[in-house]
Design a binder for this molecule. Sequence first.
Ligand SMILES: Nc1nc2c(ncn2[C@@H]2O[C@H](COP(=O)(O)OP(=O)(O)OP(=O)(O)O)[C@@H](O)[C@H]2O)c(=O)[nH]1
Ligand SMILES: [Mg+2]
Length: 501
Amino acid sequence: MEELFKTSIIKGLIFSSYGDLGPTPIYVWPKYYTEKELADVKEERKKQNLLTLSTRDVTQISIKNLSLFISDRAFTPDLNIQDLMYFAILPYPDFNVTSLTYFHYIKTNSSNSQIPTAFSILVDENSRSFLYNNINRIKPIVIDFFKSFDNELADNYPPQEDVQSLFLNLLKELTDIEKSPSTPVSSHRKLKVLMAGLDDSGKTSFLLSIDRKYSKLIGLKPTTGASIKSIEALGATIFTWDLGGQLKFRKKYINKAEIYLYEADLLFYFIDIRNKIRFEESIEYLLDLKKVLKQFNQYTPIIYILSKGDSDIIKTEEIMENIETVKNRLAEISLEEPPEMYVTSIFQIFTILRAFSSGISKLSPNRNLINHNLKNFSLKTNAYLTLLLSVDGLVLADFYSPKARKLTKIAESEELINVFEVTAPQFAMLFKIFSRFKALKQEEAIFKVADSVILFKKIQVAENDMFILFLIDNEKRKEKINAKLVDFLDQTKDLLLRYIS
Ligand SMILES: Nc1nc2c(ncn2[C@@H]2O[C@H](COP(=O)(O)OP(=O)(O)OP(=O)(O)O)[C@@H](O)[C@H]2O)c(=O)[nH]1
Ligand SMILES: [Mg+2]
């Protein structure tokens, strides 16, 4: 093991579980030391490019990981914990490493209860982009490993010597990925986001709206070829590739896919919802793109933008029919996963932001675990709806209880998938209030809407300003929220810090 750690960016493996004594490290590589021994070995190990951890460090890592995972079952009795599993990327600035941690429950013969576990792959902090860029290749390897390894733990934890060879094999598989990474390993995460769709489908307008460059929207010309711009967001550089949609350019992207489509982290695909005669042409182009992305073996998520759904026409029979047609067509050709789509209009910035947010959230390995914690927090504090927002209004995490339906008067029959499913008028209202709150430049404010109350708070995560919004039935809930918020933020700040980079 140690020999591999010397030459790899992977510096350690730690498996811990939540036992009777709380979070406990079970298997740990590399070897770790008592505080006393530490001083003697540290220099020598550093020369050899090895990580040196003390007993206390290892315990701290266990605690930090497992506290993010154990759910408060008192509040979520319906939870099927067997199915709960997450991956997350977490920083450990004290040791200059970052981990990719796999969280799941194991079942043992001795006790009825299922035991939460965390398995961390520690990587040099400066090489952490390796984790973000290769997470889709690492995940299945780790999941498969534990599918069989969990059986070894059914009666007790065998001594580390007995399982070392298994973990060594796993480490070898991981270092194989390191030898052929999807993207060169660098210290800064660079993301490639494609905007594609036929000409005149609203791609450039969408991007300008995100940038709040409204003045440039007037007299917009068709984009010739690919226009690449960068946005700094949440510590990463996002390169947006606006792929001008005229036929001659579309052919070029497909023929020179290794330039245009290779290593795409995300694709926004635009369909002009007013232009029914071009729906089939658009679907054909989409199928071509999907085929190429598949050949590259990339798991590029796709967000569908049904553009030009302005509020004055959205409820007309014609547009409603068009939306239905496109929805059905997209469902037909997306058998792997239900397509995620948003109706947008450049005249309603929140429609653009919620679509963009959901795309960005696809780039975050930590999103699900943040949501998991936000859910527990919201249930404890009786918040019906909770949103965590970046300064720019991107939704970083969300929780939506069924009760919120009543408060926001959303029809019971509507299937709620996530907070973005809150029908447009509700979201528009929340967004207006958000703008008002930001203008107030206060730390906290309360807004009354119909029978409910919206509490906005400005919060600080490391150096970043963020905002948290709660929809509650009663102003009195505020005390409890304030009391628990500190702990919640303390616990999740590392996940937020490593949201996408
Ligand atoms: N009503 C309405 N018009 C829109 C909307 N979005 C874009 N448009 C208009 O649609 C036209 C085309 O928009 P673009 O953003 O240039 O389209 P594009 O997809 O970048 O086109 P190419 O660069 O040729 O591929 C422009 O006249 C926009 O003003 C929208 O949400 N509502
Ligand atoms: Mg354009």
